[in-house]
Ligand binder design. Structure first.
Ligand code: NAD
Ligand code: TYD
Length: 343
């Protein structure tokens, strides 16, 4: 079996590649543009492996994508590559639409031309939008995205499905909840809070901090994708959740407790525009059809993640230099910080 993976130098893609090389005998080609979020350090343990190959390039580069599909003739493609952050999609939506929508379109067209046998499109629970408690989205739930990021993911998710419905391209779609774990770029909630806490810097909580997310350990997500790749039915959608819903403030408090830092580091900042209040999903279908379950409990996963960031301060320092600093100053402009807790 030969697999083409896109975005394999990112947080989830690299965890998936490490797992695929360690646990299968597949050959894997990784197409990655190495944006700010692509980090070859995440792939150090497999970079010299004889079954692994990196191709640096853009999923929107039609000639490159065509030559990879026609030349490498992969049996399957797992599509992770994306601009993956909501806050960046608000500051600058253009690359988000270009990669997530147009880039996915380029991959789908090449897959159709080359009669690819399996196309796993990695989507997100954010396509369902914000849900009132106690509702949970199953795969038939309507899509109602709020941010340029989630709208671009909904667009590519629907486009992928249309290639199955129109041309029979064997597409399978996964929609996962918020991931956490080692090697996550410190722009997302958990790694940002850990990195700041370990350096005794303020922890910026948006709005009242009572927004709810479902937390999924990255390896549980990757195992779910492997199951979908092997057993998922063509044209189907599979939610992948961690079965652990928590308000952000609770997550931040747990980070501080596990890192041994005081809650006085918490700072409230003005809310993110269009901020979804609550995500919730049911993974019943994936569990029923494949036997998959999330095995990592949140406290253990969070402690493990903090231990990784503690042990890898040089990794954090490297990714926080350069581009990250400009992003941080823009997104966490001092005008956003609130003296008082906002209702
Ligand atoms: P990430 O930002 O850590 O990594 C994205 C990777 O894609 C990077 O290696 C980057 O270099 C690469 N990339 C970006 N644009 C590219 C392009 N035009 N061509 C080729 N490569 C490109 O993202 P992540 O958190 O690992 O997310 C991976 C996928 O999972 C995304 O599709 C995301 O929408 C989805 N997802 C993420 C989460 C989460 O919590 N992080 C949850 C559900 C779904
Ligand atoms: P994030 O990790 O960006 O994921 P998403 O928005 O895709 O769910 O954010 C998770 C939650 O944490 C979300 O409700 C926004 C909130 N958040 C903060 O309160 N402060 C921060 O600095 C960040 C990055 C996120």
């Amino acid at each position: 079996m030969k697999l083409l993976v896109t975005g394999g130098a990112g947080f989830i893609g690299s965890a998936f590649l490490r797992m695929a090389i360690a646990e299968t005998d597949w050959r894997v080609v990784n197409l990655d543009k190495l944006t700010y979020a692509g980090n070859l350090e995440n792939l150090a343990e497999i970079e010299r492996h004889e079954r692994y190959r990196l191709v640096e390039g853009d999923i929107g580069d039609e000639a490159l994508v065509e030559s990879l599909l026609s030349g490498e003739k992969p049996d399957a493609l797992v599509h992770f590559a994306a601009e993956s952050h909501v806050d960046r999609s608000i500051l600058s939506p253009e690359p988000v639409v270009r990669t997530n929508v147009n880039g996915t379109f380029t991959l789908l067209e090449a897959a159709r031309r080359n009669r690819l046998a399996r196309f796993v499109h990695v989507s997100t629970d954010e396509v369902y939008g914000s849900l009132e408690a106690p509702r949970e989205a199953d795969e038939s739930f309507p899509l109602n995205p709020s941010s340029p990021y989630s709208a671009s993911k909904a667009a590519s998710d629907l486009l992928a499905r249309s290639y199955f419905l129109t041309w029979g391209l064997p597409v399978v779609i996964t929609r996962a909840s918020n991931n956490y774990g080692p090697c996550q770029f410190p722009e997302k909630l958990i790694p940002l809070m850990i990195a700041n806490a370990l350096e005794d810097r303020p922890l910026p909580v948006y709005g009242d901090g009572m927004q709810v997310r479902d937390w999924l350990y990255v390896e549980d997500h990757c195992r779910g994708i492997l199951e979908v790749l092997r057993k998922g039915r063509e044209g189907e959608i599979y939610n992948i959740g961690g079965n652990r819903s928590l308000p952000n403030l609770e997550v931040v408090r747990q980070v501080l407790a596990l890192a041994g830092k005081p809650e006085s580091l918490i700072r409230y900042v003005t809310d993110r525009p269009g901020h979804d209040r609550r995500y919730a999903l049911s993974s019943e279908k994936l569990m029923r059809e494949t036997g998959w379950r999330p095995v990592m409990d949140f406290e253990t996963g969070l402690a493990r993640t903090i231990a990784w960031y503690r042990a890898n301060s040089a990794w954090v320092a490297r990714v926080r230099s350069g581009e990250y600093r400009a992003y941080y100053e823009k997104n966490y402009d001092p005008a956003r910080w609130c003296a008082e807790r906002r209702p």
